[in-house]
Every structure is written in C-alpha cells, then in structure tokens.
Design a protein around this ligand. Structure first.
Ligand code: NAD
Ligand code: UFG
Length: 328
C-alpha cells in the first residue's frame, strides 16, 4: 500500500493515476488546505478504483498513527505542503510550521511503524541561481525565499535521517516547472485568485478571466530576452514517481525535467497556436527574485531510473487549457 500525502493536490492526483495504472494500491491523506474533496471522485472516474481518503492534517500525530495502524503502508510519497513563493515571504512561520512539522511528524510515525520507504517532492528552487546550465544534482544548493528554505531543510533532515538509520530508502525528486493536465480533462491546475505562475495566468487570460499577461522582463540574456524554464508535463512527472518507487535503494536525488528550456514568449506563442486563441500581453519589469534561465540535466534520472519526459510543449499547452475550459 502506498500512502500519498497531499494526494488531492495537483501533482499528487496525477501521480495516483499512474500508480493505479501500475497496479499499486493507494491511500490518500490530505487536509483540503489547497484542494477539493471532489478530486477523489474524479480519480475514481478516471481509474475505476475506489481510493481510501483520510481528510486529516499530517501534523496531527494521533490521527496519522491511526492511519498507519489501520493500513499496511509500505511506502510514502510525500507531496503535502504549502508551495506559494510570495506567500511564504509574507507568512514564513506558517510555511516553516506546515512544511517542516508535517514532514517531521510523518517521518516519526513512519519509523515507529517500520515503514522505511519515502519519496519527497523537492524543487529546482533549491539550486538558487545556478552557476551554469544544465543544472546537475550535485550543484551547490541555496535558496532565496522561505518556501525554498523549507525544501532545503527537509532535504537535510532526510539526509541526516538516512545516516542515522540506513534501513530507510529515500528518494528526493527535484521538480522543474510542472504544467499540463491529465488528458481526460477532469484533473488539472486552476488556482483560486490571481495566479503567480505563468501557465495558470496564460489560461486565465485565454478564458477572459484576466485581461492581460504581464511578461516579467524582456531584457534577460536569453534567446528572446524573456525568462527560460524547463516545463514538464505533469503526467510525465507522475511517471517519474512510479519509476522512483520501482528503483528505491538508499538515498537518491534526481532532477525531474525535460532538459529543454522554453522562453515565456515561446510558451505563449505555442499556447496561441495549439489552442487557436489570442493572449493579450505586455512587457512588464522583471519580477524580483527571478533568474534568467533554468533547465535540468536529466542524465541521472535517465541512467538510473530510465526516466525520459515524452510530452511536448504543445501537449502541455493543449491539456492545461482543456482542463480549465472543461471545468468552467
Ligand atoms: P498542491 O497545493 O496542489 O498539493 C498539495 C496538497 O497538500 C494539497 O492538496 C493540500 O491540501 C495538501 N496539504 C498541505 N498541507 C497539508 C498538511 N499539513 N496535511 C495534509 N495535507 C496537506 O501542490 P502541488 O503543485 O501538487 O505540489 C506538490 C508538492 O510538490 C509540494 O510539496 C510542492 O512544494 C512540490 N513542488 C511543486 C511544484 C509546482 O510547481 N507545482 C514545483 C516543485 C515542487
Ligand atoms: N512569468 C511571467 N509572467 C507571469 C508569471 C511568470 O512573465 O505572470 C515568467 C517568470 O518571470 C519566469 C517564467 O514566467 O520567467 C516562469 O515563472 P513561474 O512563476 O511559472 O515559475 P518559476 O520558475 O518562477 O517558479 C516555479 C515555482 C516555484 C519553484 C520553481 C522551480 O513557482 O515554486 O518553479 O521549480 F520553486
């Protein structure tokens, strides 16, 4: 049985589909702080499986113990956490409390119940401003905001835990920029309010919910002056978790990206083309804290896990829009 924490969220829900395709049995813990209960019904519709759901906070140790007591949990995929960079600057204590406390509580309970297999959602944000590209897993680590620091601290906690007890198998996955949605159109990402991230913003301009996309800077040293990122389809990212689960041994760290950079303008142009819509846009000043360019070296994940992203930027643009259109 695989426990998926934060399994009603964007990446967790897509990973559950891939887990079930690979015949894993899954149960979910989520406190609905950034998701909706109806996701479980959509997962049932897509997979044909009833998935046990515990609406519970991971920081609640008593409740978590009961979940481990009632189920034979072999591995945990730990997605639960807060993830908004800007909010983390305004509310650092809330981010440290939730992300770190939930992880510590989870690890303590896992150890208590002899469950030693864990996959953790880290982020390319732990590379700070990379010294060169593509980014490799052994590059120096640093962060520029409390959200990123929670990821870095949790990585350190996991490394220390492994040293203390090498019965643990721990895989740290550093995601680059996940976008896209399940091709059913039932699951995807549609944040409330004004999105911080590029793809959700583009989609809201496409649907008319927001008027104009601000492109943060066109004077970077990149192919067209706009910021470059390594966008990866969430379904590819989800497959990366299944491959990690099948190859758990000791402490491992992998980038999950495509290895290709795409600029803001390239992404917007592709979105317009595949969806046959016009995106109003204007050039705005650079956003504080942004780096010019970021993309992964994916060699390690390919060599050790056999992971290779398959979906294109076109797929990502089509599926992101499809989900929001279907769910209006
Ligand atoms: P999400 O917000 O959609 O999903 C996280 C889920 O965790 C939500 O359903 C939320 O309700 C739940 N949750 C939060 N705190 C909890 C707690 N204390 N107890 C129980 N449930 C709790 O986020 P996502 O995009 O699916 O991201 C999943 C993980 O991947 C996060 O850890 C995030 O930091 C990391 N990550 C995301 C991105 C990205 O761009 N989406 C990039 C890199 C890393
Ligand atoms: N951008 C715009 N306009 C917008 C939003 C974004 O031009 O309205 C630009 C940014 O300047 C950047 C690119 O689009 O060049 C991508 O920005 P995102 O906010 O979508 O993604 P980031 O790479 O800045 O950050 C994301 C997550 C972080 C995570 C990081 C690395 O938000 O949590 O990827 O994984 F740490």
């Amino acid at each position: 049985m695989i426990l998926v924490t934060g399994g009603l969220g964007y990446i967790g829900s897509h990973t559950i589909i891939e887990l079930i395709k690979n015949n894993y049995e899954v149960l979910v813990v989520d406190n609905l702080s950034n998701s909706k209960r109806e996701v479980i019904d959509k997962l049932k519709k897509i997979t044909g499986k009833e998935i046990p759901l515990y609406i519970s906070d991971l920081c609640d140790k008593k409740a978590l113990r009961q979940i481990f007591q009632d189920n034979k949990i072999d591995s945990v995929i730990h997605f639960a956490g807060f993830k908004a960079v800007g909010e983390s600057v305004e509310k650092p204590l809330m981010y440290y409390r939730n992300n770190i406390d939930s992880t510590l509580t989870l690890l303590e309970v896992m150890e208590e119940f002899n469950c030693f297999n864990m996959i953790f959602s880290s982020s390319a944000t732990v590379y700070g401003s990379p010294k060169s590209l593509p980014i490799k897993e052994d590059f120096p680590l640093s962060t520029t905001n409390p959200y990123g620091s929670t990821k870095l601290f949790i990585e350190q906690i996991l490394k220390d835990l492994y040293v203390s007890n090498n019965k643990f198998n721990i895989t740290i996955l550093r995601y680059f920029n996940p976008i896209g949605a399940d091709e059913s159109g039932l699951l995807g990402e549609d944040p409330r309010g004004i999105p911080n991230n590029l793809m959700p913003y583009i989609v809201k301009v496409a649907t008319g919910e927001l008027e104009t996309l601000s492109i943060f800077g066109d004077d970077y040293d990149t192919c067209d002056g706009t910021g470059v990122r390594d966008y990866i389809h969430v379904t590819d990212l989800a497959r990366g978790h299944v491959l990690s689960l099948k190859n758990q041994h000791g402490l491992r760290i992998y980038n999950l990206g495509t290895g290709h950079g795409t600029s803001v303008l390239e992404l917007v142009n592709t979105f317009e083309k595949v969806n046959n819509v016009k995106i109003n846009k204007k050039i705005a000043p650079r956003r504080a804290g942004d780096i010019a360019e970021c993309f992964a070296s994916c060699d390690k994940a390919f060599k050790e896990l056999g992971f290779k992203a398959e979906k294109t930027i076109e797929d990502m643009c089509r599926d992101s829009y499809n989900y929001v259109k279907n769910n209006k």
